[in-house]
Write a protein that binds this ligand. Structure first.
Ligand SMILES: [Zn+2]
Ligand SMILES: [Zn+2]
Length: 1100
C-alpha cells in the first residue's frame, strides 16, 4: 500500500471526509421527520420505513430511487442509507403547508448546503482516475469542511483527518479474548464457505462481526467475506447467476451482501477489497455504473491487481452497451441469413433469390468469405443450422487465420462478449487491432470495403472511450472513430458526433456534431437519427427535428418509438413558449433557460446572453461604437433587461426595494426596445407579473393615489406584459395617458394595440396626439403610415412613410418595410409613372436591407413577397414559406469541411477518373446499367408544384417525390456521359448530392456535359427521384425523364464559380488543369487536399 500516490491519497481523504456527513444528515432527517409529523419520532424500524415509503416516497414524483434504495428506505434503518438516498429525501421531501416563514427559510438554507454537498460528492464519484491533485484537493477540502461545520461538525476534529493517518490501522482498545474468538470464528467460517456451506459461513461471520473490542480492520475483513458468501448463497439458490435483477425485499441475499460490503468498505476505507466487494454486488444486480465506480476505487488503491482490472473491464463493457442501448438496436438483433436478405430486399430492392445464388456461389468458390458466412449462420442460426456460438467462433477463427478482416472482427466480438469462447477483453482488443491493420479496401474487389476493418476500428474506439481492456483515453477513441468514419462506418460517426457534442477528447463543436450525426444517419444508423432530432430540437429547428425523429422511429429505433409522446410534447411546449415571443430572441432564451435549469446562478449575468444570440450584446455594441443608433438603443435596452434578470436571480425573497428597482429597470427596457425583453421561462414572466402587480397595489394604497415614477413605471410594465389582452389594455392605456399625458410610451403602446385591433382611425388619432409631444417619434410615424395604408388613404400613407424615413435611423428595422409598403401604395394608386416609382422603391427596400443589423436578418416582409409576385421577379416557386429565423444559417467554413460533402464530391471525382481510365484501357464503354426501381413521371403542369430541398428527402428511402420541385446549382460537372451523366448538385441550404441523368437525347452527351450541365448552372428538377444506389445504397438524385429538368436562365448562372466554396467571380485558375477556378488560395488548398482535386486535375 506504500506505493499509493499522494493524489490517490487525497482522493480517499476527501472520501473519508464526505462520509462524515452521514451522521449530521441522519440527524437532520430525523429532526425534519419529527418537525413535519407533529413530533413523531423516527425510530429506524421497518414499520416506520414501510409507512414512509408508501405514504410519502411513492407519492413524491421528484424522488426517484432505485430498487435497492427503495428497499433500504423501507427497511427503516437510516444507517443503511447511502448519500444519494438521504440527500434526495431531504432536498425533495414535501413540506407541510403549516410552516412559518422563518422555518421555510431555515429549510431552504439547509437544502442549499445539501445541494453543495451533493455536487462535491458527484464530482468525487465521477473522478475517473480516483486521484485529486493538491490544489483541487485543498479547494474541495475547504468546501466540504465548511459544509460539514455548517451542518454541525466540529472544526478541530476535521483537521485531524487531513494527515495520512487514514492509511494506517486505527489505534483501538482491544479485548484479547474476543480477538482470539473472532479469529477462531473466521477460520471456521472460511472453511464452511470453501465447503459450499454458505449458510453456516454467514452465521459464523455474523458472530465474528458483533464481538466488541476487535480491530476494525479485522471486522472489515469479516464483513467482506460475508458479502462474498451471501452472493455465493444467492447463486446457489438460483442455480447459477440470475437474469432477474429485481430486488424487492430486505431478505434478498444480494441486498444483504451489498449492506455487508458497504460495512466492510466503511470500516476500512483505504482497503481495496471493500470497494471491490461493493462493485461485485452492484455488478450482480446489473447496476454497472456503480460497479465501475467501486472497481475504479479498488484499482486506484491496488493498481496491479488483474482481478480488479478484469471486473472493471467487464462492467465498463456491459455499461457501455447499455448506454448505447445496444440491446434495443435493430442492427444488433440476431438475424438469420434469410432475414438479412429480406432486409436488403426492403431497402435496396435486390431480389433475395439473387442474393441466395450469390451466396452459394461464394460457398463454391471457397473464399474466406464462405467461412465468415458459415460463422454468421452459426452465430444467428438459419433454416438448416441450429444456433451454435462455438461453431461460429471456429469458422470465424478459420477465416481470421487466412487473413480475413471480417473473420478477425467477428471473432473479436464473440470474445468480447464471451460467446462460444472464453470472455477475454485483452484478446478481443488484440483481434480488433489485427483487423484494423488490414487494408480498408477489399483485397480482391477494388472500391469495395474490406468488411470488418471499419467495424474493428469502431470497436477500438469504443474500447478506448469506455476503458475496456485498455486505459480510458478519449483522444485515442476519437482517432479510431475518425478512421472508422473515413472507412464508411455508421455507428462510429454517431459516437464521434457525441464526442464533438460533449467536447470529449476533442474540442467541442456543435456544427461538426450535427454534420456527423447526419453522416451517420445517411448511413442508416437510427441512433444518429434520434440524436440529430434532439440536437435540432435544441436549436429550435422544429420541422427538421420532427422529420428526423420520424425517420428514427421508422428505422425501428425502439428508444425513439417509446419516447414519441414525450418528444412531441417537448417539441409542442417549446414551440408554444416561443411562438409568443420574437423568434429572433430564441438563442438567448435557450441559453438563459439552460443556465437557470442548471441552477447555477452565476454572478456575471451578462454571460447569459451568449455569443450566438441574435441580440448579442457584444456584437451590437460594436455596431453601436461605429455609430449605429439602432444598435445603441438595443444595447441600452439589453442592459436594462439583464439587470432585471440579475435582480430576479437574487437568492431568497426579494425586498420591496428590489422589486421597485426591478419594475424601474424593466420599464426602461420597454421604453427603449420592448423586443429584447424575452423571459426565458413562462414561470419567470408570471413571477414578474406578480411583482408588477404588487408595485401597482402599493402605489394605489397611498392616499389620493398620486402620480409617481414607480406608478408610471409599473403601468408601463403592466401594459407591456399583458399586450395579449388587447381590449383590456386599450382601456387601461386610456387612463394611463390621462394620468401621465407627457409619457410618450403610452401613446406608442396605444397605436400598436389599436393596430392589432384594426381600429386604424384610433391609431391615426393617437399617433397624432403623441406626435404633438414628440414630432420625430419614429414608432408613432410608422404606425400612422401603416394605418393610413390600411384605411386606403394611399397619398397620406406615402407622406407618413416619407416622414418616417427622414427621421428614422438608416438601419431602423422598419426602414426596408417602409419602402416596400410605399411601393405597394404607388402600385395601388396606378398613376402615370407610379409603376417605375414602385420599382425604385422596391430596389431601395433591398438596398436598405443591406444596412440592417444582423439580428434582424434574414429580413422578413410580407410586402416584399407580394411585390415579388407583382413584378414577376424570377422566382418560379414561391409557395415556400418565408425562411424563419430558426432556419439554421449554415456557416460558410464549416459547410466546406462537412464530411457528407467531402464524401459526395470525392466519390464523384473518383468515379469520373475511374471511368476515364477504364475507357483508355478497354476502348469500350462500360455496359453496366441498373434499371430504376421506381418510375419518374412527367409533370402535366408546373402549377401547384411544391418546392422541396434535399434535407426534406429521407436519405434512407428510395422514393419519387411526386408533385415537388427541387431547385439546385451544379457544383461538380461531368467529364463523360456514358452510360449516364453524373454531376453533383447543391440546394438552397448548401446541401449537396450526386445526380445521375439518364435517357438524354442521343448524340447530345457532349453538348450537355460541356455546355449545359456545367459548374454554376442552375436547374429545377420536377418530381425528383431520390434513389439509393443499386450497388452501395448511397443516396443520389436520379433522372430518367429528361423533360423533368428545367434549366434556369443563363443569367442566373454563377459565373466563374469557385470550385471549392461556390462563390462567383473567382479569379485564380489552377495552373495544373487551367480549368478549376478559385476565389482564394485557401479554397484551392482545401480543394486539393480535402476534395482530391489532384486526382482530376490532370484528367480533364
Ligand atoms: Zn472559394
Ligand atoms: Zn487543377
Amino acid at each position: 500500500m506504500a506505493n499509493i500516490s499522494s493524489d490517490v491519497r487525497n482522493y480517499f481523504k476527501l472520501e473519508l471526509l464526505s462520509t462524515r456527513s452521514y451522521g449530521p444528515l441522519r440527524q437532520l432527517f430525523k429532526n425534519r421527520y419529527s418537525q413535519f409529523n407533529g413530533g413523531q419520532i423516527w425510530n429506524d424500524t421497518p414499520t416506520c420505513g414501510t409507512t414512509y415509503l408508501t405514504n410519502v416516497i411513492k407519492k413524491n414524483k421528484k424522488i426517484s430511487l432505485t430498487k435497492v434504495q427503495n428497499v433500504s428506505v423501507s427497511n427503516g434503518d437510516s444507517n443503511e442509507w447511502d448519500l444519494t438516498t438521504i440527500t434526495a429525501l431531504l432536498i425533495y421531501g414535501d413540506r407541510p403547508k403549516t410552516l412559518n416563514a422563518a422555518e421555510v427559510q431555515q429549510l431552504d438554507e439547509e437544502n442549499k448546503l445539501l445541494e453543495q454537498l451533493r455536487e462535491i460528492r458527484n464530482k468525487l464519484v465521477h473522478h475517473a482516475s480516483k486521484s485529486v491533485a493538491t490544489v483541487e484537493f485543498n479547494q474541495l477540502w475547504t468546501d466540504l469542511a465548511t459544509i460539514l461545520v455548517a451542518l454541525g461538525d466540529t472544526d478541530t476534529e476535521l483537521d485531524k483527518l487531513k494527515d495520512a493517518s487514514i492509511f494506517e490501522a486505527p489505534t483501538q482498545v482491544i479485548n484479547e479474548d474476543n480477538v482470539k474468538e473472532a479469529s477462531r470464528l473466521n477460520t471456521l467460517a472460511t472453511q464452511a464457505h470453501n465447503d459450499g456451506k454458505f449458510f453456516d459461513a454467514i452465521a459464523l461471520f455474523t458472530k465474528a462481526t458483533v464481538l466488541p473490542g476487535v480491530l476494525e480492520h479485522d471486522r472489515a475483513i469479516f464483513y467482506s467475506k460475508m458479502s462474498s458468501s451471501r452472493l455465493a448463497l444467492y447463486e446457489k439458490q438460483q442455480k447459477g447467476a440470475s437474469s432477474n435483477f429485481e430486488i424487492n425485499d430486505r431478505e434478498d441475499q444480494r441486498y444483504l451482501a451489498l449492506r455487508d460490503a458497504k460495512q466492510a468498505r466503511n470500516l476500512w476505507l483505504t482497503w481495496w477489497k471493500g470497494h471491490f466487494r461493493v462493485g461485485k454486488v452492484y455488478a450482480a444486480i446489473n447496476e454497472h455504473d456503480k460497479a465501475v465506480n467501486s472497481f475504479e476505487r479498488a484499482l486506484a488503491l491496488e493498481p496491479t491487481k488483474n482481478e480488479i482490472q478484469k471486473e472493471l473491464d467487464d462492467s465498463r463493457h456491459i455499461f457501455g452497451r447499455q448506454m448505447r442501448y445496444e440491446y434495443l438496436d435493430p442492427q444488433y438483433s440476431p438475424k438469420t441469413v434469410s432475414e438479412h436478405f429480406n432486409a436488403i430486399h426492403e431497402t435496396l430492392g435486390i431480389d433475395p433469390e439473387n442474393l441466395q445464388t450469390l451466396h452459394s456461389l461464394v460457398d463454391q468458390l471457397g473464399l474466406d468469405v464462405a467461412d465468415v458466412l458459415k460463422g454468421h449462420k452459426y452465430e444467428h442460426g438459419d433454416i438448416d443450422i441450429k444456433q451454435d456460438y462455438e461453431q461460429a467462433a471456429k469458422y470465424y477463427a478459420k477465416a481470421a487465420r487466412h487473413g480475413s478482416a471480417a473473420g478477425m472482427y467477428y471473432l473479436a466480438r464473440l470474445t468480447d462478449l464471451g460467446l462460444g469462447v472464453k470472455k477475454d477483453h485483452d484478446m478481443a482488443h488484440k483481434l480488433f487491432e489485427q483487423a484494423a491493420e488490414q487494408s480498408a479496401e477489399h483485397p480482391k474487389f477494388k472500391d469495395r470495403p474490406n468488411v470488418g476493418v471499419a467495424d474493428a476500428e469502431n470497436a477500438l474506439g469504443l474500447h478506448y472511450a469506455e476503458g475496456v481492456g485498455v486505459h480510458k483515453h478519449a483522444a485515442t477513441a476519437v482517432y479510431w472513430y475518425q478512421r472508422a468514419v473515413d472507412h464508411g462506418n455508421a455507428e462510429a460517426a454517431n459516437s464521434l458526433a457525441l464526442m464533438y457534442q460533449r467536447g470529449n477528447g476533442v474540442e467541442k463543436n456543435l456544427d461538426k456534431a450535427e454534420q456527423l450525426f447526419e453522416l451517420s444517419a445517411r448511413r442508416r444508423d437510427s441512433n444518429a437519427m434520434l440524436n440529430l432530432a434532439e440536437l435540432l430540437l435544441d436549436k429550435n429547428d422544429f420541422e427538421m427535428a420532427q422529420r428526423w425523429f420520424n425517420r428514427a422511429c421508422k428505422s425501428g429505433n425502439i428508444l425513439a418509438q417509446t419516447n414519441r409522446t414525450n418528444f412531441e410534447k417537448t417539441l409542442r411546449d417549446k414551440k408554444q413558449l416561443l411562438d409568443g415571443s420574437s423568434p429572433s430572441a430564441l438563442p438567448m432564451i435557450n441559453t438563459i433557460k439552460k443556465t437557470f435549469d442548471s441552477l447555477k446562478l452565476s454572478t456575471s449575468i451578462s454571460e447569459l446572453s451568449n455569443k450566438s444570440s441574435k441580440y448579442d450584446y457584444n456584437a451590437l455594441s460594436k455596431y453601436a461604437n461605429r455609430g449605429s443608433i439602432t444598435a445603441k438603443r438595443l444595447c441600452n435596452a439589453l442592459e436594462y433587461f439583464l439587470s432585471v434578470l440579475e435582480i430576479l436571480t437574487h437568492p431568497g425573497t426579494l425586498t420591496e426595494q428590489q422589486e421597485d428597482s426591478l419594475v424601474h429597470e424593466l420599464s426602461e427596457c420597454y421604453r427603449l426596445e420592448h423586443i429584447v425583453a424575452q423571459f426565458p421561462i413562462i414561470e419567470m414572466q408570471q413571477n414578474v407579473g406578480q411583482i408588477v402587480d404588487r408595485a401597482l397595489r402599493r402605489c394605489r394604497e397611498v392616499p389620493d393615489y398620486p402620480a409617481s415614477q414607480l406608478d408610471e413605471d409599473a403601468r408601463v410594465c403592466y401594459g407591456s406584459l399583458r399586450m395579449d389582452s388587447k381590449e383590456l389594455i386599450d382601456q387601461f392605456l386610456n387612463s394611463c395617458r390621462q394620468k401621465y399625458p407627457k409619457s410618450i410610451y403610452f401613446f406608442e403602446m396605444s397605436t400598436s394595440i389599436n393596430g392589432w385591433l384594426e381600429k386604424y382611425d384610433t391609431v391615426v388619432y393617437n399617433a397624432n396626439a403623441g406626435l404633438e409631444l414628440d414630432p420625430n417619434n419614429s414608432n408613432l410615424l410608422i404606425d400612422k403610415a401603416v394605418a393610413w395604408r390600411q384605411l386606403e388613404h394611399y397619398s397620406e400613407a406615402i407622406e407618413a412613410y416619407k416622414t418616417f424615413l427622414t427621421v428614422a435611423p438608416r438601419d431602423h428595422r422598419k426602414v426596408p418595410d417602409a419602402y416596400y409598403s410605399m411601393a405597394i401604395c404607388y402600385l395601388t394608386l396606378k398613376r402615370d409613372d407610379d409603376l417605375d416609382v414602385a420599382k425604385k422603391m422596391y430596389e431601395q427596400g433591398e438596398e436598405a436591407e443591406k444596412l440592417q443589423l444582423p439580428c434582424f436578418l434574414p429580413y422578413e416582409s410580407n410586402g416584399k413577397n407580394l411585390l415579388k409576385l407583382v413584378f414577376n421577379i424570377p422566382n418560379l416557386i414561391n409557395t415556400k414559406a418565408a425562411p424563419k429565423a430558426a432556419t439554421p444559417v449554415v456557416d460558410h467554413k464549416s459547410r466546406l469541411t462537412d464530411p457528407n460533402r467531402i464524401e459526395i464530391i470525392k466519390r464523384h471525382r473518383k468515379w469520373q477518373v475511374d471511368i476515364i481510365e477504364h475507357r483508355k484501357k478497354s476502348q469500350v464503354s462500360i455496359p453496366f446499367y441498373n434499371k430504376p426501381r421506381l418510375q419518374q413521371q412527367t409533370a402535366k403542369s408546373l402549377v401547384g408544384l411544391k418546392a422541396i430541398s434535399l434535407r426534406e428527402m429521407d436519405p434512407t428511402k428510395d422514393h419519387v417525390y411526386q408533385g415537388y420541385v427541387l431547385s439546385v446549382t451544379i457544383i461538380e460537372e461531368a467529364y463523360t456521359w456514358i452510360p449516364s451523366i453524373h454531376i453533383v448538385i447543391e440546394d438552397e441550404h448548401h446541401q449537396c448530392e450526386q445526380m445521375f441523368i439518364f435517357n438524354f437525347p442521343d448524340g447530345q452527351g457532349e453538348h450537355l456535359t460541356s455546355k449545359v450541365y456545367t459548374n454554376g448552372a442552375k436547374m429545377h428538377i420536377i418530381n425528383p427521384y431520390h434513389r439509393l444506389g443499386a450497388n452501395d445504397a448511397k443516396p443520389l438524385i436520379r433522372v430518367d425523364d429528361f423533360s423533368s429538368i428545367i434549366m434556369q436562365n443563363e443569367s442566373d448562372r454563377v459565373i466563374n464559380m469557385c470550385r471549392c466554396c461556390g462563390e462567383p467571380n473567382a479569379v485564380h485558375v489552377c495552373s495544373g488543369c487551367k480549368k478549376a477556378r478559385y476565389c482564394s488560395k485557401e479554397c484551392q488548398t482545401m480543394d486539393w487536399k480535402l476534395y482530391d482535386h489532384k486526382i482530376i486535375c490532370k484528367k480533364q
